[in-house]
Design a protein around this ligand. Structure first.
Ligand SMILES: [Zn+2]
Length: 254
């Protein structure tokens, strides 16, 4: 198996995985969604809520705010020495005190740990009118996407690598004129940026004498991280967890 980076932006990373099988690539996708842990708000205690939104609605919104995650400093509550009772190694307290008129944003939440704070500071929580007050204390914990999707570190997806074969009647001129992402190469065309390949380009090729088939061994893999962890960390953690699971499986087989 080999990896090649195709495109890297803060909110989207695409790479090519070659010489592998679909079940391996899918295992990586599922490890990322279900297993890679991140921090999220799990409990909220309101001391004052004079906003137009009910406590439950605000609590739900708070749970969905991605928090930057420091995996070294926190344990999953189920694996912590405190056995899930709650301690500094598995919990973090966050507080908010706001008085209207204002819009309360994620960045107004104060964290006791500078490494764990809202990853998207501009997410609105609620609006307060003049004199209205919102005060709460929240507890964030480390969790996994298999328990609640708010803990997923991002959206991973993949597709097979397209293989383009030109027929003798291929109209490459029409194709390259109609799409910025397809450029002429020999008698056929080549994809300029694999991360931008889509169905409209496939249709364009098929309509103009180029057949499109999909590889069984090479895949274009994309991750859109929500901001808790960077993509390198997400992949490294997913692979670590996968290896750990394989070892456990091997041990149980014996
Ligand atoms: Zn603990």
């Amino acid at each position: 198996m080999q990896l090649k980076l195709l495109n890297k932006k803060e909110d989207k990373v695409t790479f090519l995985i070659t010489d592998t099988e679909a079940y391996i690539v899918n295992a990586l996708r599922r490890m990322i969604i279900e297993e890679v842990p991140t921090m999220a708000i799990e409990e909220v205690t309101f001391s004052k809520n004079q906003s137009a939104l009910y406590d439950e609605i605000i609590a739900h919104r708070l749970g969905l705010i991605p928090l930057t995650t420091d995996l070294k400093s926190y344990n999953l509550p189920s694996e912590c020495k405190c056995k899930g009772k709650g301690c500094a190694q598995c919990q973090l307290k966050l507080i908010l005190e706001a008085k209207g008129p204002c819009t309360v944003y994620a960045e107004n939440i104060k964290s006791k740990d500078p490494k764990v704070k809202p990853a998207q500071p501009n997410m609105p929580i609620t609006k307060l009118l003049k004199g209205q007050v919102l005060e709460f204390e929240a507890i964030a914990v480390l969790g996994q996407g298999k328990d609640h999707t708010k803990f997923s570190p991002g959206l991973p997806y993949y597709k097979s690598l397209p293989i383009l074969t030109a027929s003798s009647s291929a109209n490459t001129k029409k194709i390259t004129e109609s799409s910025d992402n397809l450029v002429a190469k020999g008698k056929g065309v080549e994809i300029k940026d694999l991360s931008k390949w889509d169905e409209s380009q496939e249709q364009l090729c098929e309509d103009n004498g180029i057949t499109v088939e999909y590889s069984d061994t090479d895949y274009i893999f994309t991750i859109e991280p929500w901001g808790q962890l960077d993509v390198d960390k997400i992949i490294a953690t997913a692979v670590d967890i996968f290896n750990k699971k394989l070892k456990e499986f091997e041990k149980k087989l014996k």
